[in-house]
Design a protein around this ligand. Structure first.
Ligand SMILES: [Zn+2]
Length: 345
C-alpha cells in the first residue's frame, strides 16, 4: 500500500495499516514525533486510503479521488494550517473546519481533516476543536500532526488515538540518500548531521547547503550582537546561491541550516559530557573552543532554543525571522560569555 512510501516508521505504519485493513480507523488520530520524519506524508496516505473510490484498505492510486488527494484538491479533504500572515491556528479557523465536517461529504462517503501542525492551535482553538472531537461527525477522520504534543490540551490528546513517529536511524537515512543517488561517503556524513530527519537530509543533500555548512558553522559560532540579521541573510543566501526560490524550498533550506546548527550544539554538549563529537568531526577545533566557553546548562538552553526554532519552521510564516532568532541565540550565548570574562577580570 501507499503507506509503504513511509520509510523508517515500521511501528506507526503497522498500526495505521492494521486500522485501515480492519476498517477501524479512529475518528481522531494524533501523529506525534519530530519534524521531517513522515507525519504529514502518512496523514495524506491515510486520507487517500479512506477516500479512495475502490474502498479498499490500500488506495488504488489511479481513481480521481486518489489523484485529488495527491494534489491536495479533494473536496472532502480539509487541510488546516496557519495562514502565511500568522503563526497560529485560531478559533475561527477551527469553527469553519467543524462546520464543514458536519456537512455531508461532497464527493464520496467520507471526509478527512488534516491539522498540521496541531501544536500551532491556540488554547481557544483547541477548546473549540474539543467539541467536535467529543461528538465526531459519523463519517469523518481528523488527523492531528504535532512535534510538541505538550502544546495540546490533555483533553484533546485523550480524545485522539496517538501514533508515535520516531527519529529515523542514521543507517536508514543513509540508505534512503544512497537510493536517491547521493554517494555513500557523503550520504553517511549527511545522515549524521540530519539527526533522523528525512526532510533535513534531503535539504542537506542539495550540494549548496552542505558546502555552505563549512562557512556557516564557524560564522554562527562566532556570532556577535547586532549582526544577526546580516548573518542570517548571508547563510540563507549561501544555502541557495541559485537565486529566487519558492517558499517551500526556502523553508527546506532553513530546516537544513537549523538542523546543522542543532547538530553542532549537540556535539558541544557531547564534548562537555565526554562522549565526543559525532556529527561535525571536521570542525572539532571550533566546536571544542565554543563548548569550552560556557557551562552545560547554557549549552542545553541553547539547544532548546534551536530545537524550538526547528519546530517553528514547520509552520511559522516568516522563515528568515526564525533563522535570525536562532543566530541571535548564538550571539546572546557569546555575549554572555564576554560578560563572564569581564566579571572574572
Ligand atoms: Zn483510488
Amino acid at each position: 500500500m501507499s503507506l509503504d512510501r513511509i520509510k523508517g516508521q515500521d511501528a506507526a505504519v503497522g498500526v495505521l495499516g492494521a486500522a485501515l485493513r480492519g476498517g477501524r480507523v479512529p475518528h481522531a488520530l494524533l501523529f506525534a514525533g519530530p519534524a521531517g520524519v513522515g507525519k504529514a506524508t502518512s496523514a495524506f496516505e491515510v486520507a487517500k486510503a479512506i477516500l479512495c473510490r475502490k474502498g479498499k484498505a490500500e488506495p488504488c492510486e489511479t481513481c480521481p479521488s486518489c489523484r485529488r488527494v495527491e494534489s491536495r484538491t479533494h473536496s472532502d479533504l480539509y487541510i488546516l494550517a496557519p495562514p502565511r500572515e500568522r503563526a497560529s491556528i485560531v478559533i475561527d479557523d477551527v469553527r469553519a473546519l467543524s462546520a464543514s465536517l458536519y456537512e455531508s461529504p461532497m464527493e464520496g462517503m467520507r471526509k478527512v481533516a488534516v491539522i498540521d501542525p496541531a501544536d500551532a492551535l491556540t488554547e481557544e482553538a483547541q477548546n473549540s476543536l474539543l467539541k467536535t472531537l467529543e461528538e465526531p461527525p459519523e463519517d469523518t477522520t481528523i488527523i492531528l500532526a504535532a512535534v510538541n504534543t505538550d502544546a495540546l490540551l490533555p483533553t484533546v490528546r485523550s480524545r485522539c488515538r496517538r501514533v508515535d513517529f520516531v527519529r529515523i536511524p542514521d543507517d536508514a537515512v543513509e540508505r534512503f540518500l544512497v537510493e536517491s543517488g547521493v554517494g555513500k561517503d557523503r550520504a553517511a556524513q549527511i545522515a549524521r548531521v540530519a539527526d533522523g530527519s528525512f526532510g533535513a537530509a534531503l535539504a542537506l543533500a542539495d550540494g549548496a547547503l552542505l558546502a555552505a555548512r563549512r562557512e556557516a558553522i564557524p560564522a554562527v559560532l562566532g556570532a556577535r550582537r547586532g549582526g544577526e540579521d546580516a548573518l542570517a541573510e548571508a547563510i540563507m543566501a549561501g544555502a541557495a546561491p541559485k537565486g529566487k526560490r519558492k517558499l517551500k524550498d526556502i523553508r527546506e533550506d532553513a530546516l537544513g541550516i537549523a538542523t546543522i546548527l542543532e547538530s553542532v550544539v549537540v556535539d558541544c554538549i557531547r564534548v562537555k559530557t565526554g562522549s565526543g563529537i559525532r556529527a561535525n568531526t571536521d570542525l572539532a577545533d571550533e566546536i571544542k573552543a565554543f563548548a569550552g566557553r560556557r557551562d552545560f546548562e547554557a549549552l542545553t538552553a541553547l539547544e532548546k532554543t534551536v530545537s524550538d526554532g526547528i519546530i517553528m519552521l514547520g509552520y511559522f510564516a516568516d522563515v528568515r525571522l526564525v533563522v535570525t532568532g536562532i543566530v541571535g541565540a548564538f550571539s546572546r550565548f557569546n555575549a554572555a560569555d564576554e560578560t563572564q570574562i569581564e566579571v572574572i577580570q
